[in-house]
Design a protein around this ligand. Structure first.
Ligand code: GLA
Length: 382
């Protein structure tokens, strides 16, 4: 955990509010494989990481709640009665969206003060938003004795994202952030919302993230569009979700859908199978097989599901030129953010140095390299 960040957030809270806060760490996540399968009731393979959101929170006895976003140096005071979504893109929606969902469930929340900050940049595809939502719901549950289970909390965080942020996300991010286990990835079945932990030890290989440092606009609407295409094809196939469909089923309605939408549904069906195959490869420590699945996932995201972008494709193409990288793909919703790379440890420094140089030459922009540790989920910092 980032002790400097914890110190900064706590100090800032103490200076502003003069009382001891409850300190919470809520992690971001990586995802080994299984992209855009969660809202199709499918499988995903995420893990919480040692980067995320640190929040300091405490009750107050006034008639407004005050939240300070330390990284943006922005403070918002609101009355909790009659909450409404803030402008699109505002961080306030992640915080007060959670409060509104608690109110919808008739939970009584008093006013509170909060300071938060993080060490994953927004738009990195590492779910700083789910981390923030989870920190709020977890903190309020503690302060106001709401008696929520972790399972309740992630559904509340997800609903905040749907109704306040306007992104009809699946459950992967909130789940991974809340339920993460140190040194493990979670093979999550998004229908039952239950996971199997897999110890991650790649021996002389490791995962490295490369952030494109771009986030192309319209990604939220493109996300919601993809989801509705999947839902409409599932309903044409008379199944609850694409998780229940086979390639053979899809073939039977091929002439009733556009070629583009056919490819999108095909991608989801194939990606879902890749997650299951990846879990077998992990069990057998077959890193070459895992790497191939990562490349195949990227190819599908790029050419069939069409959620990649030039910067991500460039980074994946560069990794293919390096024999020490076993696999790479874009990670998260897409249109920017990070690639995840499975690479031999001894080659990390030389690969990341050369790819950074090439990226700069090509896009006149820096990329950022992160190596992360797999961590426990949302919890109190003692
Ligand atoms: C975003 C969403 C998740 C998931 C991924 C794509 O991170 O929040 O629910 O759909 O995109 O896999």
């Amino acid at each position: 955990m980032n002790t400097e960040l914890i110190h900064k957030i706590k100090t800032s809270f103490l200076e502003a509010f003069k009382v001891e806060p409850l300190m919470i760490f809520s992690p971001g996540r990586i995802n080994i494989i299984g992209e855009h399968t969660d809202y199709n009731d499918g499988f995903v393979f995420p893990a919480a990481v040692n980067k995320g959101i640190v929040a300091a929170i405490q009750k107050n006895h006034s008639d407004t709640s005050v939240v300070y976003a330390a990284d943006k140096d922005e403070q918002i005071s609101v009355s909790l009665s009659g909450l409404k979504p803030a402008a699109e893109g505002s961080w306030a929606n992640y915080v007060f969206g959670v409060v509104a969902e608690l109110q919808n469930r008739s939970k009584t929340i008093g006013n509170f003060n909060m300071v938060f900050g993080g060490d994953i940049p927004g738009g990195a595809g590492m779910s700083s938003s789910a981390a923030l939502e989870n920190s709020v719901v977890f903190g309020l549950n503690e302060l106001f004795n709401l008696d929520l289970s972790k399972q309740d909390m992630i559904l509340i965080s997800q609903k905040a994202e749907h109704n306040y942020v306007g992104v009809k996300c699946g459950i992967m991010d909130q789940y991974a952030s809340m339920f993460g286990i140190e040194n493990h990835a979670l093979l999550l079945d998004c229908r039952t919302v239950k996971s199997t932990p897999f110890k991650v030890d790649f021996k002389d290989h490791q995962l490295v993230l490369i952030n494109t440092n771009v986030k192309h606009s319209l990604s939220d609407s493109a996300y919601n569009d993809r989801r509705s295409v999947c839902e409409s094809i599932a309903s044409m196939l008379n199944v609850k979700a694409l998780r229940d469909a086979t390639e053979y089923d899809l073939e039977s309605i091929r002439d009733k859908v556009t070629p583009e939408n056919y490819q999108k549904a095909l991608y989801v069906i194939q990606e879902n199978k890749r997650v299951v195959e990846a879990s077998k490869a992990m069990k057998q420590s077959d890193l070459n097989a895992l790497g191939e699945l990562l490349y195949a996932s990227h190819e599908g995201l790029q050419k069939q599901y069409k959620v990649s972008c030039d910067e991500l494709d460039f980074l994946v193409d560069q990794s293919k030129l390096n024999d020490y990288v076993l696999g790479a793909r874009m990670m998260g919703g897409g249109f920017g953010g990070c690639t995840i790379n499975l690479i031999e440890k001894s080659a990390v420094a030389s690969f990341t140095t050369s790819v950074s140089k090439d990226y700069m030459n090509k896009f006149n922009k820096e990329c950022s390299i992160y190596s992360v540790e797999l961590s426990n989920g949302t919890g109190i910092i003692n």
